[in-house]
Design a binder for this molecule. Structure first.
Ligand code: IMP
Length: 432
């Protein structure tokens, strides 16, 4: 297979960083296609933790090419900071191994201020709990044709014209709607043109670049950020991010032909977590929830917020399979469940008197949904040393089999600890 897409199957934070890092070994190029620095991908190599927000985590392997697709919104200050951090670790990004799409949109200072001001103004119930990185406002400008792209930044005159027109409106909006300060044209212009000069050498036509690579038989890994239920179309709207985090985002966000998308791997945690607001039927606020948070270190890689934790939800899992066409799954954090007995799995919801087994579009139904559980016996053995399915205790094997049959797609990989090596590999999609 020449291309593998990795997509989060739940509400993000499924452990995609580790899975991407694993598959990246066999890829030539790793591409981010959606989102921005709202993502936080954590990779642990030889005990050393690296968190990447924008740069594809696969670049931690030597000799890989990293690409930021046009579907992303990029904060150039964050990108430069991340590049500097990698350089300190001996990973040097150059104009030969790192590319940014000309069509990717810039996150501007006003996007961040608007994002934070809007959240502050919302009622407790209405808060989306955004990461505050300006993601929503940047995508909003893209849709209203007020966005500024890398290709615009590289032409000083075009950049200045666009900025002047947009800033006037943003400053008025900040001042009159939120009583917030606006921005000086000269300061933003100077700051961003400086970023443009530093990043210019990486900016290219990514669609053309990837097409050339795929035609030559190079292996490409498309690295998803966030997760299916945060997808602007298929997620728990309005409690979602502002891009197509699911597989649909790859085509729009990179300009590649669907013909090249072959294996689509969903990353799914052995239980469920979510940060930010919005419905979450299997959420646990008791000692079991605390166990999951403590043992799974469930704190946001981007904002440090404690993640909400709950049992595995097979309705969510099946939905992810349907809307993404997963050809296989990577099950993560199975070790976090060690010590819990019994373990519960949600197989459907009760909404009023109705039993539903398909994921509803109506957020109000989701808010009322009461999970219907099946119980499985747990295990106490430390499973972090397991490298084959047979190494797992019987009850862990039964749990995994049950999930597989409920979701209806085989597991390619299971993660039993945060380290690169703490994995059970069943099938590698690049080798099929
Ligand atoms: P935004 O993407 O910052 O606008 O945030 C919108 C929603 O998506 C909030 O609930 C965030 O917590 C959530 N979110 C955004 N990015 C991630 C991620 O990478 N992992 C998990 N949740 C995320």
């Amino acid at each position: 297979m020449n291309s593998v897409v990795v997509v989060g199957a739940q509400w993000g934070d499924e452990g995609k960083g580790k899975v991407v890092d694993y598959f990246a070994k066999q890829a030539n190029t790793i591409v981010r296609y959606a989102g921005g620095n709202n993502a936080g991908h954590t990779i642990v190599v030889k005990g050393e933790k690296t968190i990447l927000h924008l740069i594809p985590s696969g670049v931690l392997h030597k000799g890989k090419v990293g690409v930021l697709g046009n579907g992303m919104v990029v904060d150039p200050a964050v990108l430069l900071h991340e590049m500097e951090g990698l350089s300190k670790k001996g990973i040097k990004l150059t104009s030969k191994n790192f590319f940014i799409s000309e069509r990717a949109h810039l996150i501007m200072p006003y996007h961040k201020r608007i994002d934070l001001a809007r959240e502050k103004a919302k009622s407790k119930k209405g808060k989306i709990g955004t990461t505050g990185r300006g993601i929503g406002p940047a995508y909003e400008d893209k849709a209203t044709r007020a966005g500024i792209r890398f290709v615009d930044l590289l032409n000083e005159k075009v950049f200045e014209e666009r900025l002047r027109a947009v800033l006037k409106e943003k400053n008025a909006y900040l001042k009159h709607v939120f009583k917030e300060r606006g921005f000086s044209f000269a300061a933003v212009q100077k700051e961003y043109l400086g970023y443009g000069r530093l990043l210019k050498r990486y900016v290219t036509d990514v669609s053309q670049l990837l097409d050339g690579m795929l035609m030559k038989g190079k292996r490409i890994l498309f690295e998803g950020a966030q997760g299916t239920l945060l997808d602007i179309d298929h997620g728990t709207y309005p409690f979602v991010t502002s891009s197509n985090a699911g597989v649909g985002g790859v085509l729009a966000g990179c300009g590649v032909s669907p013909y090249f998308l072959q294996e689509i791997v969903g990353v799914i945690k052995a239980y469920t977590t979510r940060v930010g607001g919005g419905p979450f039927p299997t959420e646990l606020t008791d000692a079991v929830g605390q166990h999951l948070r403590r043992e799974g270190a469930e704190y946001g890689a981007t904002t440090g917020r404690a993640r909400r934790c709950g049992w595995f939800d097979a309705v969510v899992g099946r939905y992810g399979v349907r809307v993404n066409g997963f050809t296989g799954l990577a099950l993560t954090k199975l070790d976090t469940l060690t010590g819990l007995d019994p373990i519960r799995i949600c197989t459907g919801y009760r909404v009023g008197r109705k039993r539903i087994t398909e994921f509803p579009s109506d957020i109000r139904q989701m808010e009322q949904a009461k999970p219907i559980y099946e119980e499985m016996p747990g295990w106490k053995e430390d499973i972090r040393g397991a490298r084959k399915v047979e190494d797992l205790p019987r009850n862990a094997r039964r749990y995994v089999k049950k999930l597989e049959s409920l979701v209806g797609v085989p597991f390619f990989l299971m993660s039993v600890g945060p380290q690169r090596a703490q994995s059970i590999v069943i099938e590698n999609p690049f080798e099929t």
